[in-house]
Design a protein around this ligand. Structure first.
Ligand code: NAI
Length: 778
């Protein structure tokens, strides 16, 4: 036999990892688990089984949580929270560091247990899940240490309810628990029902690490228990899982004052250009879609190949698929393990068998006859609108289509309701870096894929959810400002009778697409001065006007591509023109409000224009040094079109204070002006008209905010809604936003001081972070 023949026939031998210690640990625990509440394991209750998906064997029984369990856990977390926060960042850092060390010490046990419970290859659990979980605790130990000096204005939110999925059980636990604890919060976490064992082992090490009682609580069970956690007396809900459940949670928490972050599904494009290193790009796909059996929210599940190389690429890909080794997850030479549960297997099979489009190729590799295994599958020649190009399969099934030009690649890539991640494969750095900003995604990988790190925020846009986990930005989801805030007071409009004092009837208009526009309703309302004199009429905007404003804002998308320098110039120019009319505005404000604060309010508006003009070219991103070859560039991008319900009490400063940060960062805005005092806004549109603000960048509506709030929240082409208005509208905004899972920012009844607004908070609300991973250095 020649050497080349040996190479031809040589196969990997099996390299099984022993399950003995993990199984012994389960037996040690009695084979059945209760919850982890207030530092103790509770007695096991109503049981449900957790199985090894590779064999179908029962591993242990877990307890289905009850309302009483969730209440007890929340109570314990509430009791423990003040002391945990008061202990200070450095004290918390020690505990987080101890957790990281213990995870490291027991990493083999964690990895085997994870592989048994979830079905993922031991190689992945050992080399990715567990080390990444450790890294999260190390990284956030550092964040706890730095909190007093770097985040002096931040404090904990309180108790966090966290619901996690089954695809990265321990890693998702780490992503949730590490930042929460670092910032002084306590947690009640519900692991996924299929995969709770590593959470139980984590509970076991919490005591050893010195985590005080009640700081970490873990309640097991199904979605019903998740619902209980979401509706419990918690200050924040953090969820990772399906978009459908995320949407339900958005609705359930609307108007509750609870902070919310959602990390949801994806259908991430994997774009291969004709100048790519084809073999690397094929190998990349193994990590993109066959990593964790494709059960990855950011999986590169939608292959887009440049037409000239499509045939070659698919041929090489099929050949590579045939070499994938599917089998026992505990075998160290396995590439693809078991699907988490037969139910998920059924979902994948049903989606694939319902498909009649394209050409399906199933890898020619051996599949175990028993257990929840699904063969690596490729479906080529799909059209962008085909179901499988749009729906998340969450299994080892890759769908593929081709493109002709870079522009077409971008348009197909963005043609989905999701926006989590994207991969670009090209040897041309100019091309890759030209495409990266055009992709609607929270993460872009260039010539690599599925890379994650605690230092680089992870999260998406559109229906992939909102909020980031990891990095500095991830911390804002677990903190609030220490600055005291007053409560918003309801303000009634002035009333009066009779004609205007100068006999001239003034009917203001809406400001849409750079033009004064009549309201679609055809109605206007009288606006009275404090002394009962008629000041004018304000148009009553309705849903149709919101739609027109959205259209105008979308037509002005070029604004997002302008430079910070240019936007600063325009903001300064608005300030200059407002200053020239300062007296007139001050008088108008005093007339409407019947006070003497008009001049001060105009000054506050001018100041905010100057402040955000100053920031327009300075609120830069970061470059993260990640422990993988390359760097992650955290770019701050505009959110898109933002609807804002402006403050009633500060008709000018509140309007300008919302507009300026939004447009400074490249967004277009639709402002719903102060309902009781709308005329400062209609006057302000004249200032905009003379200040070189391109048509559609700022749109101003007057009239009742209720209808406008609902229309904005439900509009599919508005990317975020801010509410500084009536606190009753918080619920309307948050519930309506479930439509396209847009970002919302409500004040929960707290008033903003428009003379000294929290500029950095505004800027972070006005931007979306996109982490672009690029090869760099050796
Ligand atoms: P799921 O979203 O139902 O489960 C995730 C977690 O949410 C689990 O802990 C579950 O118990 C909990 N949960 C379920 N219903 C809940 C509710 N009403 N309120 C609060 N918590 C609730 O995901 P599932 O059904 O296991 O998987 C279905 C599909 O979801 C998958 O095929 C995949 O497309 C997607 N998925 C996405 C994940 C991601 O990381 N983006 C992770 C898991 C699933």
């Amino acid at each position: 036999m020649t050497v080349s023949e040996i190479f031809e026939t040589m196969d990997y031998g099996t390299a099984p990892e022993s399950a003995a210690e993990a199984l012994a640990w389960i037996v040690d625990q009695g084979g059945k688990f209760g919850h982890f509440i207030d530092g103790e394991m509770t007695a096991a209750g109503t049981p449900f089984e957790t199985r090894n998906p590779a064999t179908g064997d029962v591993l242990a029984t877990l307890t289905q949580g009850t309302q009483a369990d969730v209440d007890a856990a929340v109570k314990a977390a509430r009791r423990a929270q003040p002391k945990w926060e008061a202990a200070g960042g450095p004290a918390r850092a020690k505990v987080l560091y101890a957790l990281a060390r213990l995870l490291q010490k027991h990493s083999r046990l964690f990895a085997v247990l994870e592989s048994l419970d979830n079905g993922k290859p031991i190689r992945e659990a050992r080399d990715i899940d567990i080390p990444q979980a450790q890294r999260h605790f190390y990284f956030h130990a550092g964040m706890a240490q730095l909190m007093p000096s770097e985040l002096p204005d931040a404090q904990a939110l309180g108790v966090c309810g966290q619901v996690i999925p089954w695809n990265f059980p321990l890693l998702m636990l780490a992503w949730k628990i590490a930042p929460a604890l670092a910032m002084g919060n306590t947690v009640v976490l519900k692991p996924a029902e299929y995969t709770s064992l590593t959470a139980m082992l984590f509970a076991d090490i919490c005591g050893q690490a010195g985590v005080p009682k009640g700081v970490v609580n873990i309640v097991t069970g199904d979605g019903a228990v998740g619902e209980m956690v979401v509706s419990a007396d918690v200050d924040k809900v953090a969820f990772t899982g399906s978009t459908a459940v995320g949407r339900r949670i958005r609705e359930a928490t609307a108007g509750s004052g609870k902070a919310l972050t959602l990390e949801l599904g994806g259908k991430s494009p994997y774009i291969v250009f004709d100048d790519a290193d084809i073999d690397s790009a094929v190998e990349g796909l193994v990590d993109a879609i066959w990593f964790n059996q494709g059960q990855v929210c950011c999986a590169g599940s939608r292959l887009l190949v440049h037409e000239p190389v499509a045939d070659l690429f698919h041929t090489k890909l099929r050949a590579r698929m045939d070499k994938l080794r599917v089998g026992s997850p505990l075998d160290k030479s396995i590439d693809v393990g078991a699907i988490v549960d037969p139910k998920q297997h059924e979902t994948i099979s049903a989606l694939v068998s319902a498909n009649t489009a394209g050409e399906t190729y199933v890898a020619d590799c051996a599949i175990p006859e028993t257990g929840s295994f699904y063969p690596p599958t490729l479906i080529t020649d799909l059209q962008p609108a085909d179901t499988l190009m749009q729906e998340e399969i969450f299994g080892p099934v890759l769908v593929s289509s081709t493109f002709r030009t870079p522009a077409e690649a971008v348009s197909i890539a963005n043609n989905t309701r999701y926006g989590l991640a994207a991969t670009i494969w090209s040897e041309n750095v100019n091309l890759a870096l030209d495409i990266a900003p055009k992709l609607v995604a929270g993460i872009v990988w260039i010539n690599g894929t599925n890379m994650m790190d605690a230092a680089a925020g992870f999260g998406g846009v559109r229906e992939s959810g909102f909020g980031r986990e990891g990095g500095w930005e991830g911390l804002s989801a677990y903190t609030k400002s220490k600055a005291p805030q007053k409560q918003v007071k309801p303000i009634a409009p002035m009333t009066g009778s009779g004609a205007p004092s100068d006999g001239i009837d003034r009917t203001a208009k809406l400001y849409i697409g750079g033009k004064q526009a009549r309201p679609d309703s055809g109605y206007s309302a009288q606006v009275w001065a404090k002394n009962g004199v008629l000041l004018g009429h304000a148009p009553q905007a309705s849903r149709k006007d919101v739609r027109n404003a959205v259209e105008a804002a979308h037509a002005a998308k070029g604004w997002s591509k302008t430079t910070g320098h240019l936007r600063a110039q325009i903001l300064y120019f608005i300030a200059e023109n407002l200053t020239a009319r300062a007296e007139e505005f001050a008088h108008r404000l005093d007339q409407m409000q019947g006070g003497k604060t008009g001049a001060k309010e105009v000054e506050a508006a001018v100041q905010s224009l100057f402040t955000y003009a100053a920031w327009a070219d300075k609120y830069d991103g970061q470059v993260h040094g990640v422990p993988i070859r390359g760097v992650a560039m955290a770019m701050k991008e505009p959110v898109g079109v933002i609807g804002a319900l402006c403050s009633a009490a500060a008709p000018l400063a509140g309007l300008v204070g919302a507009m300026a940060p939004a447009i400074a960062m490249g967004n277009r805005v639709i402002l719903s002006a102060s309902e009781p005092f709308p005329l400062a806004a209609t006057d302000f549109s004249q200032v905009l008209e003379t200040s070189d603000v391109p048509a559609g960048v700022v749109n101003i509506l007057t009239g009742p905010q209720g209808d406008v709030a609902d229309a904005m929240a439900r509009h599919m082409d508005i990317d975020a809604v801010w509410s500084f208005g009536d606190p009753d509208l918080d619920q309307v905004v948050e519930a309506g936003s479930a439509s396209n899972l847009k970002r919302t920012w409500v004040q929960n009844g707290k008033a903003i001081d428009w003379a000294t607004p929290p500029a950095k908070t505004f800027l972070s609300q006005a931007t979306e972070i996109k982490n672009i991973w690029v090869p760099y250095g050796e």
